[in-house]
Design a protein around this ligand. Structure first.
Ligand SMILES: Nc1ncnc2c1ncn2[C@@H]1O[C@H](COP(=O)(O)OP(=O)(O)OP(=O)(O)O)[C@@H](O)[C@H]1O
Ligand SMILES: [Mg+2]
Length: 423
C-alpha cells in the first residue's frame, strides 16, 4: 500500500491516524516526479520517500477525524469515498477479529507493510465469528496503520476494487471491518507468504526454476485479467506490482494482493490517466515517474522488474551492491539482450538448474517489458502467452537433479545442497 495515497484526492478529509499512544512512520514508497535513475534523490528534497518499516504494535486504533463515512459501524455511502462492498464480502466486528487473531498476538504476526500489520486468524467457515485456531477458515487480517499519512483511501480502494474481482490469481478478500476508528481487511490466508520472502529472505530455500516460471505465469495472468477489463469495461491499472504483493498458495499459485493504489485505466480515446506518482521505488516505470502518465504499460514495466528479480535472485535496488549494480534494471539490460551473456546474471542459487531456452526467452521477455519506450513493451496478454510456452521446458543447463514444483522443488534444492556438501 502506498504512502500518502490519502493525499491523492481526499485532501479535504485527510485524517490523523494515531495508535493508542504512539504514531508510526510510513513505509518505503515513492510519491514524486523524480527520475527512476536517481535513487538517492528524495527525503531531504521532498522527492521520493524511502523510509524504514515501522515497528508493529499490538493495539490498533486511529482518530477518524474528517473521514466522512466512519460513523460507528454504519457504512455511509458518500461519493467517491464510499464503501461499496460486493455482497459476497463479510463485514466483521472489531471484537470478532480481535478474538480471531488471539488479540493480535505477536506470534500471529505474518508481516507488516506501509498499511499496517498483518495477523493470522481463524474465522467461521461461512460467518464472521472467531473460531478455535486451526479450525474453520484461516485468514490474514490486515490492520490499518495508525500513523498520519496513509490508509483510509487505500482501505476503500482495496474493498471497492478487490471486492468486485474474482480470479484465481488475485488474492480473495473475505471481508472488512469498519468500526469507530478501526479499519481492517480480511483476506484468504496464503500459506507460503510473499514472493519477496522466498526470493530475498535470508536463509530461505531458493525457488526452483520451474516454480519461478509458474509464479511468473500466475502473476502475469492476474495482471492480464485486470488489464483485460471486466466484461468489456475499462482496464484496471494495478500500480504496485512488486514481489511483496505477489502472494503464494501452498502449490505456489501466485496471487496479487494490495489494490490500494489500483486505478481505472483511461476511458474512450484517452491514452493515459494523469495521476500523482505513487508506487514503489525500483518497480515504477520511468515515464510514469517522470510525467505521472499512467497506462497499463506501467504495470508491464513493473512486471519486467519482478521477472528480472526471479531470474537473477537480486533485488531491483540494492545499494550494498557495487555502484554500477545498484539499479538492477540498468545493470542487467545488456545481459538480457545477449543470449551468450545471460547466464552471467542468472541466480547462482539455481546452480545451473534452469532451462537454457526458457531462461533465454524469459530474459528476452523481461528485456521487452523493461523497454524505456512504453509502446515497445508487450501487452500482458502476450506476456502470458509467452510465459505459457516457457513452462516445463526440460533443456536444463545442468541436468542433475531436475527440479519439480512445490515441495518437490524444496526437496530438489536440498538435494543440490547435499550433493555440493558431499562432493
Ligand atoms: N493474505 C495473506 N496471507 C499470508 N500472508 C500475508 C497475506 N497478506 C500479507 N501477508 C504477509 O504480510 C506481509 C505484509 O503485507 P503488506 O501487504 O501489508 O505489506 P508489503 O506488501 O510488504 O508492503 P506494502 O505496504 O508496500 O504493500 C507480506 O509480505 C506477507 O508476508
Ligand atoms: Mg503488500
Amino acid at each position: 500500500m502506498g504512502v500518502n495515497a490519502l493525499q491523492e484526492d481526499v485532501n479535504g478529509s485527510r485524517s490523523n491516524f494515531c495508535s493508542l499512544g504512539t504514531c508510526w512512520p510510513g513505509s518505503a514508497k515513492i510519491e514524486n516526479s523524480a527520475s527512476i535513475d536517481s535513487p538517492n534523490r528524495g527525503k531531504g528534497d521532498g522527492a521520493e520517500e524511502i523510509t524504514t518499516k515501522p515497528p508493529c504494535k499490538q493495539v490498533i486504533g486511529f482518530k477518524a477525524a474528517g473521514i466522512p463515512d466512519a460513523v460507528g459501524s454504519t457504512v455511509v455511502p458518500k461519493g467517491e469515498h464510499q464503501v461499496v462492498p460486493s455482497p459476497q464480502l463479510r463485514q466483521f466486528s472489531f471484537n470478532d477479529l480481535k478474538t480471531a487473531t488471539r488479540n493480535f498476538r505477536p506470534d500471529s504476526l505474518l508481516g507488516e507493510g506501509g498499511f499496517g500489520c498483518v495477523f493470522k486468524g481463524w474465522i467461521d467457515e461461512h460467518g464472521t465469528g472467531p473460531v478455535r485456531p486451526g479450525t474453520g477458515l484461516t485468514v490474514a487480517v490486515k490492520a490499518l496503520n495508525t500513523s498520519g499519512l496513509q490508509g483510509h483511501k487505500e482501505w476503500l480502494a482495496e474493498i471497492n476494487f478487490l471486492g468486485q474481482f474474482h480470479h484465481s490469481n488475485l488474492v480473495k478478500l473475505v471481508g472488512f471491518c469498519i468500526e469507530e476508528d478501526q479499519r481492517l481487511l480480511v483476506y484468504e490466508f496464503m500459506q507460503r507468504g510473499s514472493l519477496e520472502n522466498h526470493l530475498f529472505r535470508r536463509g530461505a530455500f531458493p525457488l526452483a526454476w520451474n516454480v519461478r516460471m509458474k509464479i511468473a505465469l500466475g502473476a502475469a495472468r492476474g495482471l492480464g485479467f485486470l488489464h483485460g477489463g471486466k466484461n468489456g469495461s475499462k482496464p484496471v491499472i494495478y500500480r504496485d506490482f512488486k514481489t511483496s504483493n505477489v502472494l503464494l498458495d501452498l502449490d505456489y499459485t501466485a496471487k496479487l494482493s494490495d489494490f490500494g493504489l489500483a486505478k481505472d485505466g483511461p476511458e474512450g480515446d484517452k491514452s493515459h490517466v494523469s495521476t500523482r506518482v505513487m508506487g514503489t521505488f525500483g518497480y515504477a516505470a520511468p515515464e510514469y515517474v517522470m510525467t505521472g502518465h499512467l497506462t497499463t504499460m506501467s504495470d508491464v514495466y513493473s512486471f519486467g522488474v519482478v521477472l528480472l528479480e526471479l531470474l537473477t535472485g537480486k533485488r531491483s535496488v540494492d545499494k550494498s551492491r557495487p555502484g554500477d549494480q545498484h539499479n538492477l534494471v540498468e545493470w542487467s539490460r545488456s545481459y538480457l539482450s545477449d543470449k551468450k551473456k545471460l547466464s552471467r546474471i542468472m541466480d547462482a542459487r539455481l546452480d545451473g538448474h534452469y532451462s537454457i531456452k526458457g531462461s533465454q526467452r524469459a530474459g528476452q521477455l523481461a528485456y521487452e517489458c523493461l523497454s524505456r519506450d512504453p509502446k515497445m513493451r508487450p501487452a500482458m496478454a502476450d506476456v502470458v502467452e509467452r510465459l505459457e510456452e516457457i513452462q516445463n521446458l526440460k533443456d536444463m543447463a545442468n541436468t542433475a537433479n531436475t527440479l519439480k514444483e512445490g515441495d518437490q522443488a524444496m526437496r530438489g534444492v536440498h538435494g543440490i545442497r547435499l550433493e555440493r556438501r558431499f562432493s
